[in-house]
Each structure stands twice: as structure tokens, then as C-alpha cells.
Design a protein around this ligand. Structure first.
Ligand SMILES: NC(=O)c1ccc[n+]([C@@H]2O[C@H](COP(=O)([O-])OP(=O)(O)OC[C@H]3O[C@@H](n4cnc5c(N)ncnc54)[C@H](O)[C@@H]3O)[C@@H](O)[C@H]2O)c1
Length: 324
């Protein structure tokens, strides 16, 4: 196996995966519609394209021995902005991939498919998608059931994945760290809800480990399950003057789940190597050295950015561009 196509590779997770796979002597090509970016300047082969442009994507699939599929509208709020658009990108394009590609597929799903449940969940636990995001990801998983595909249900990611790609500041560890820096105070609503967490670079390692294995099916990937309140205290270890403002108000986001990543550990010896403290320090360094000019810019939040720009992604508009 030589050629790896990373679809959606210009994003947060894609940045880490692209670098690691490239360093590992594969031929890497990124296919991405640059939704959040003005440019893609990483020295990696690049094709500008939308996953809904089947002719263009077909050409690239002919080249690829393996496809890492990351392209999606990501996050509950971002997906809710336009459910039809979300469905066509997150779900329908994966159905098309399943019908039109027979090579190795590494697909990113999410632990959000578990919704809110009290016990520790494994890959056989019932799913309970509470959002369009989780629902479309779960449906996408089903299309890949009989393919040569490994599906990772990722926990909430954190940390810095690479030096080029847009960092996401809408993910819980990253958000809390930035707020600690900017405001010296963080508000925690409820706080008892659990999230499984994982460093973005650990995802890249899991992908690399599985490009050429024949492991198939669903694998949870997480380092640890953390209560949001405990995470706030952990952030305070890095910002000793931080004030934590706790209110019992139910958190708007009702997700609450703990997952077991034992299957990945037992099947391909996956163990995360990057800690939450490491991720907090990476973010702290970024903000303290002022490497992000405007931390409040919508660019760093999928929902805030798409709220202003989603018309650019509308299917009709996409078709017009194609016809021109
Ligand atoms: N970041 C997390 O915490 C997390 C957690 C669970 C699962 N995931 C999954 O990992 C994958 C990557 O997430 P991310 O955090 O890098 O998100 P991201 O928003 O940073 O990146 C998504 C990328 O996909 C591209 N894209 C979106 N729609 C496209 C289209 N129609 N055609 C071509 N390219 C398109 C975007 O331009 C962007 O580069 C997603 O599938 C997501 O569901 C992420």
C-alpha cells in the first residue's frame, strides 16, 4: 500500500493525520473543500474539492489504496444550522463512498452516538443519538458495515495537532483553557456530565496503525473519561488564580457518556500517549505567546463560522458552481 487520500484533511484532525502519515513514507494527498480556510499551504499534494462532487472525487479514489474520511460538518450546533446540508455531507456522501470504493477505509465517527447513558459504554452498547450530528454519523457507520472499513468513534479531542491547520476552540478542553486565559474565570453548568477525551495526535497514531491491518468494524477511541467539573479543576492547576463558577443549571448540552476503549487496546494495542495536561499546556502556550490574534474570532468555532458562511455550502449553490 502506498497512496493515502485524506478526505477532509485540511481540518483540525486532518492536520495531525496528514503529518504523521506523510512522515511514515506513504504518498499523501488531501482532498478538501476548505470550508474554514482561505488557503492550504502545507507542502502536501492537494486537490480542492467537495465530497458531493462525485466526478472529481472518483478520479482521486482511483489513485488511492486507502481513504481516511474526515470530511463532515462537525459538532451539534454546526450541524443543526442546516440539517439537510449536514445529511448530504455527513451521510449521503459516505453512502456514495461505500458504493464506489473498494479499498481500505478509515472512517471517523464520534462517541456522541451514545448520547446520554450512565454506565461505561462499549461498542456493543445501545446508541442514543441526541443530535443531527450524532444521527448522521451513526447512519454513515451503517453504510460501511460490509466494507473493508475501520470506524473510530472518537471522544472529544483536544490539543494541537500540527503547525498549520486551524485549531478548534469549540472543544471542551481547548475552550476551558482559552477562557481561563482570557477571562480568569470559567463557568461550569452542572458539571457532573462525563466526556471521553483524547489528544488529536493520538487519533493520528490510531489511523496510521490501521492503514494496512484488516481490522474492521467499530472501535471507541479515548484516553480517559472526565467529569466536566474535574476538568475545570485540572485546568486550574495550570492557571492557579482561575475562578471556577459553578451553577446547578442543567447544561444545555445533555450529552453524558463514558466509554471503554478496551477493544482498541486488545485488538491493535492502542494506548494514548498524550495527556490532558499536555493538551492544556499546548493551548496555554499558544494563547500566552499570542499566536492566535483574535481568540474570539468565529473562525475557531465550527458553529459560529458556519452561521455566517453556510450559504456558501448550500447544495443548490454547489450545483450551480458545478454547472458553470
Ligand atoms: N474534533 C473532535 O473532537 C471530533 C470528535 C469526534 C469525531 N470527530 C470526527 O473527526 C472528523 C474531523 O473533525 P475535525 O475536528 O477535524 O473537524 P473540522 O471541522 O476541523 O474539519 C472538517 C474538514 O472537512 C472539510 N469538509 C467539510 N465538508 C466538506 C465537503 N462537503 N467536501 C470536502 N471537504 C469538506 C472541511 O473543510 C474541514 O477541513 C469528522 O468526521 C468528525 O466527525 C472529531
Amino acid at each position: 500500500m502506498k497512496n493515502v487520500l485524506i478526505v477532509g484533511g485540511a481540518g483540525y484532525v486532518g492536520g495531525a493525520i496528514t503529518d504523521l502519515i506523510q512522515q511514515s513514507n506513504y504518498n499523501v494527498r488531501v482532498y478538501d473543500a476548505l470550508i474554514y480556510e482561505d488557503s492550504f499551504r502545507k507542502p502536501v499534494d492537494f486537490v480542492y474539492g467537495d465530497v458531493r462532487d462525485h466526478d472529481k472525487l472518483s478520479e482521486q479514489l482511483k489513485w488511492a489504496d486507502a481513504v481516511v474520511w474526515l470530511a463532515a460538518i462537525v459538532g451539534d450546533g454546526a450541524c443543526q444550522l442546516n440539517p439537510e446540508l449536514t445529511k448530504s455531507i455527513n451521510q449521503d456522501s459516505v453512502a456514495w463512498l461505500a458504493d464506489n470504493y473498494n479499498g481500505r477505509i478509515v472512517f471517523m465517527s464520534t462517541c456522541s452516538v451514545y448520547g446520554a447513558q450512565n454506565k461505561e459504554l462499549n461498542e456493543n452498547s445501545p446508541t442514543n443519538p441526541l443530535s443531527i450530528y450524532a444521527e448522521t454519523k451513526l447512519n454513515a457507520e451503517k453504510f460501511l458495515k460490509h466494507k473493508n472499513a475501520i470506524i473510530f468513534r472518537l471522544g472529544t479531542l483536544f490539543g494541537v495537532g500540527d503547525l498549520y491547520s486551524r485549531i478548534r476552540l469549540d472543544l471542551v478542553v481547548n475552550i476551558l483553557t482559552v477562557r481561563a486565559y482570557l477571562e480568569g474565570q470559567i463557568s461550569v453548568f452542572g458539571g457532573d456530565q462525563f466526556r471521553p477525551l483524547l489528544h488529536v495526535k493520538d487519533v493520528a497514531r490510531a489511523v496510521l496503525m490501521n492503514l494496512e491491518t484488516d481490522h474492521k468494524g467499530i472501535f471507541n477511541l479515548a484516553r480517559q473519561n472526565v467529569r466536566i467539573m474535574d476538568l475545570a479543576y485540572q485546568v486550574r492547576m495550570h492557571f492557579p488564580d482561575l475562578i471556577i463558577d459553578h451553577t446547578d443549571m442543567p447544561f444545555q448540552d445533555t450529552r453524558n457518556y463514558r466509554v471503554s476503549a478496551k477493544k482498541a487496546e486488545e485488538t491493535f494495542s492502542f494506548r494514548s500517549i498524550h495527556s490532558v495536561d499536555e493538551g492544556i499546556e499546548e493551548l496555554k502556550y499558544l494563547v500566552e505567546t499570542k499566536r492566535i490574534k483574535d481568540l474570539k474570532s468565529p473562525r475557531y468555532s465550527n458553529q459560529a463560522y458556519l452561521k455566517e458562511h453556510y450559504e456558501e455550502l448550500m447544495i443548490e449553490k454547489f450545483k450551480e458552481v458545478e454547472a458553470a
